[in-house]
Ligand binder design. Sequence first.
Ligand code: AVJ
Ligand code: FE
Length: 438
Amino acid sequence: LRELSPQDLRAHAAEALTRARARSLVLTDVDDETLTTQHSKLMSPLVWDLAHIGSQEELWLVRDVGGREPVRGDLDEIYDAFLHARADRPSLPMLGPEDARGYVREVREKSLEILEKVPLSGRRLLADAFAFGMITQHEQQHDETMLATHQLRQGDPVLHAPNPPKSAGPLPSEVLVPGGPFQMGTSAEPWALDNERPAHETVVEAFFIDTTPVTNGAYTEFLDSGGYDDPQWWSEPGWAYRQDNGIVAPRFWKREIDGWWRTRFGVYERVPAAEPVVHVSFYEAEAYAKWAGRRLPTEPEWEKAARFDPASGRSRRFPWGDDEPREEHANLGQRHLRPAEVGAYPAGASPLGVHQLIGDVWEWTSSDFHGYPGFAAFPYREYSEVFFGPEYKVLRGGSFGTDAAAIRGTFRNWDYPIRRQIFSGFRCARDAGPGEID
Ligand code: AVJ
Ligand code: FE
């Protein structure tokens, strides 16, 4: 970032903001009722997300970076996510669809003017350039949340996209990741959020990790062998969750006489065996792993598998190297409305041969969400620090709904272990025995 000229920084930020907005507009290009209905207690009405995107942009770019007067100071409270739980948002006096669209347009005009004028050099370079990155990622994160809202919505399909590539061929089931130190986290990545910082050395023991995420086919074996009815596979809180909520299969699945079917953005279809399983909670992932005689990877294990290059000993930005994601690397950006078959992205594999770490499905890890040694909250405690603790589990790698601007090898997402309306899947790991390390 320090090496880019102010003109290049501006062009990069403007392009990323524009791409995020195009996505937000596709996701909200639906009738007023679809926009204003609460499709699930777990989600906001789509029209709340849209104006919240504008409100955060007004706070951080228009007022903070630009030093300008508020556009709509009266909206701050309505769109403050910390003041209102999602379940309560429908009763807020929020902007209607036309006003929300007008509001985000007005804010965006101002932030692009500010981007043209801000020096992007000298004392405030890092803070100002980061603010544009933070707001871009914030909009993209809400775009993924809005995509999850679309998945929860009842009715005919309104979103359409071509299918992702097919598998390029079979792969070995697991890969050995060598033990020893590697660099985890980052101090250099310009748009990295506070919880990804700073870079620090971490040691892992040698372990095996699945080459790909666990597929629907493999998961169905767990289901069909009675895995959901056998407490021996479940943790104590996991079993209580399964019992209390009558959980019998991944979210959106239904058993028919001829096997498992699912609803996906309004389409009812047979569950495709070769795709990663999606819409499972941490507890379901953990139960599957135990049934399979394996376990979930820890966060350091996942990151080492994704970033460690044994040839140089360096940690790279992405499994395939330092280049920004391209279409052949990963299923990202809502280009496809489903995960791709395992083996579909050979160009995105890590040097050790681990595939589809980025894109397709978020992957549950066994780790709680905590700050790294030397963590400093930035720009505010509510961004991530207030979520640190044992209640949240970390997910890695992004999904087909995540934009390239909002994912990298160091990126950390977090959620409650019961959540599964997100695009969540997993892969398994196991300890390497003494005889297995060469
Ligand atoms: C990082 C996905 C957990 O959606 O709650 C959006 C991102 N933070 N607005 C969330 C976020 C503030 C956050 N997650
Ligand atoms: Fe937000």
